[in-house]
Design a protein around this ligand. Structure first.
Ligand SMILES: *[C@@H]1O[C@H](CO)[C@@H](O)[C@H](O)[C@H]1NC(C)=O
Ligand SMILES: *[C@@H]1O[C@H](CO)[C@@H](O)[C@H](O)[C@H]1NC(C)=O
Ligand SMILES: *[C@@H]1O[C@H](CO)[C@@H](O)[C@H](O)[C@H]1NC(C)=O
Ligand SMILES: *[C@@H]1O[C@H](CO)[C@@H](O)[C@H](O)[C@H]1NC(C)=O
Ligand SMILES: *[C@@H]1O[C@H](CO)[C@@H](O)[C@H](O)[C@H]1NC(C)=O
Ligand SMILES: *[C@@H]1O[C@H](CO)[C@@H](O)[C@H](O)[C@H]1NC(C)=O
Length: 509
């Protein structure tokens, strides 16, 4: 299940753009907007939020015209212009508590990181995972290979090894995942919530003999293939634990419906909703509960049928979904899901742009894709999603590597030949949320005086009492100025003119 399954200054306001000591070294590749270029000696730094005092909002702006998370301070006034579009934050109406933002540690990410000098690798990880960077707190880890690997492999390709005597992590884990996950754990001060997802069981467990292509586990649902597959998860968590990496959760199967296609072009495995329910109830849930290492792991999955069966639901904590059908199914179905299952969190576990055939892969400096990211986060969060996890956080100039050419775009693109990497507008779009909406923040009501289809917004109450409002202006038409205020203190009104095609984060008390 995507979503079914992502300046004009008013006289009353003063706005001062502080000059960052490390501004964006912008480069225009001729695709509408710019990227920020980082190399061995230079990388821009986004200014910190700093102290937020009463009557002064801190504003961060990114725009198609080239601003990149530029910080400014806006002083409040006690009235709004008559024609203003008024956004009112109502902290009395609280919705979901946010779990955070994150991305996936695929082989492709690690392969691109190791192509750069160590200092640049550290810098990329720090810009995503340190509290002074994007502050990511969620990491997704594929169990063995995906399409973003260089080949097909599992952790035990020895046929009929039901007891996993030959189970072992692979060179990919040791070279491309573990070092970077470990670093990210340090950067987050041990608060990285990792979850695992398998794409397919070893080929010998499926009718085709391959991880690639669909098909389900062989044999009877109470038979050895199902029993062993559940134990494989425990083996995986034990193997990572031995490397100093502990997990928070797992999804049962990546995109299980794609496994209905026997000719699916990369690794997948089929579970119908009923099969997944029975697998969780009879095998996976009990196997995880039986191990002291895995008994508290959170299991989440899109198959809502699981939740209707109390014996299966006892093992499930949340619901996961990917963004790829967002264009087909409105995000509001998530609100329906939430209304039916209010006790389960909903996590958006994968997203990327350029995933459709024929779409240009990395487009350096494309603003539309930043808008797609911002739009997706806003729509998801408005419909009860409490965490949002990107797909590959680094890819190469072709949008890979990907062994079946299913290349896509990424917020950071590495150009290893030039010893450079490029921070795409998508990177800044995600920062507008992840930097200013910390785990524990609560989404609150945001009312607008008049609907405007070119503007989207979402509001949060942070644990320290500050409020964060993120606004996306997609419009190319003229519209009215806007004001942002809190319904409980109408004396503090912040008037802002949004730039064309811009994203603005406003943090105030
Ligand atoms: C690195 O980037 C800085 C800032 O754009 C630039 O001055 C410098 O020449 C670059 N270094 C290399 C080796 O390209
Ligand atoms: C597991 O795999 C790693 C990396 O390929 C290798 O170094 C190690 O020797 C293997 N361990 C066993 C027990 O096979
Ligand atoms: C890291 O976490 C520990 C334990 O929760 C805490 O005492 C410490 O202040 C944290 N350090 C930073 C830099 O956040
Ligand atoms: C991927 O693309 C390359 C270059 O176009 C081609 O040689 C290769 O056969 C393709 N591989 C797959 C699996 O489609
Ligand atoms: C905000 O809008 C909702 C829906 O239109 C309405 O029910 C609510 O009363 C409004 N809240 C405030 C504070 O205006
Ligand atoms: C949004 O951008 C358009 C130009 O693209 C601008 O005319 C308009 O005033 C902006 N909207 C708001 C509410 O600021």
């Amino acid at each position: 299940m995507a979503r079914g399954e992502f300046w004009l200054l008013l006289s009353v306001a003063t706005s001062v753009f502080a000059t960052s000591s490390r501004p964006c070294a912008s480069r225009d590749f001729g695709h509408g907007s710019v990227v920020c270029v980082c190399n061995a000696t230079y990388c821009d730094e986004v200014e910190l939020l700093g102290e937020v005092t009463a009557g002064n909002a801190v504003v961060f702006t990114s725009s198609k015209s080239g601003r990149r998370l530029e910080r400014s301070v806006l002083t409040s006034s006690s009235s709004s212009p008559g024609n203003a579009l008024k956004y009112t934050v109502n902290t009395a109406t609280k919705m979901q508590t946010m779990m955070g933002f994150g991305a996936a540690f695929t082989d492709a990410v690690g392969i691109n990181l190791v192509r750069l000098p160590p200092a640049m690798q550290d810098q990329i990880l720090s810009q995503y995972f340190s509290p002074s960077g994007h502050g990511y707190t969620i990491g997704r880890v594929p169990m063995a290979s995906t399409d973003f690997s260089t080949h097909e492999y599992s952790y035990d390709d020895i046929p009929l090894d039901f007891d996993w005597l030959h189970f072992n992590l692979t060179a990919e884990d040791f070279l491309y995942k573990i070092p970077f996950i470990s670093k990210a754990i340090q950067l987050t001060n041990d608060s990285l919530n990792l979850f695992a997802s398998p794409w397919s069981a070893p080929g010998w467990m499926k009718p085709s003999g391959h991880m690639k292509g669909g098909g389900s586990l062989l044999g009877d649902p109470s038979g050895p293939y199902y029993v062993s597959w559940a134990n494989y998860f425990v083996k995986f968590f034990e193997a990572y634990h031995a490397q100093g990496i502990d997990f928070w959760g797992l999804t049962v199967q990546n995109e299980p419906m794609s496994g209905a296609d026997p000719n699916y072009p990369w690794q997948t495995m089929y579970f119908s909703a009923a099969m997944e329910r029975d697998f969780v109830k009879n095998h996976l849930g009990p196997a995880l509960k039986a191990s002291s290492l895995t008994k508290d792991l959170k299991t989440f999955r899109a198959k809502l049928q699981i939740l209707k069966d109390p014996l299966a639901a006892q093992y499930v904590s949340g619901i996961a979904m990917h963004w790829y059908e967002d264009w087909a199914v409105p995000a509001t179905v998530l609100s329906v899901t939430h209304a039916r299952h209010p006790d389960y969190f909903i996590l958006a576990t994968e997203a990327c742009t350029a995933y459709l055939p024929g779409q240009a892969k990395p487009i350096l400096g494309d603003w539309d894709r930043a808008e797609q990211y911002a739009n997706d986060v806003i729509q998801d969060v408005e419909n009860w999603v409490s965490g949002w996890v990107d797909w590959n956080f680094v890819l190469d100039m072709q949008g890979g590597p990907n062994w079946v050419n299913n290349t896509v775009d990424s917020p950071i693109i590495v150009n290893a030949d030039a010893v450079e990497y490029y921070k795409q507008p998508m990177w800044h779009a995600l920062g507008h949320f992840s930097r200013f909406v910390k785990p524990g923040a609560v989404r609150v009501e945001l009312n607008v005086s008049k609907k405007n289809s070119d503007l989207e917004g979402v509001a949060f109450l942070n644990e320290d009492g500050t409020k964060t409002v993120v606004l996306l202006n997609k419009s190319l038409k003229n519209s009215d100025p806007i004001t942002v205020s809190d319904s409980s203190s109408s004396d503090n009104v912040y008037s802002i003119a949004l730039e064309p095609s811009s994203i603005v984060t406003i943090v105030f008390r």
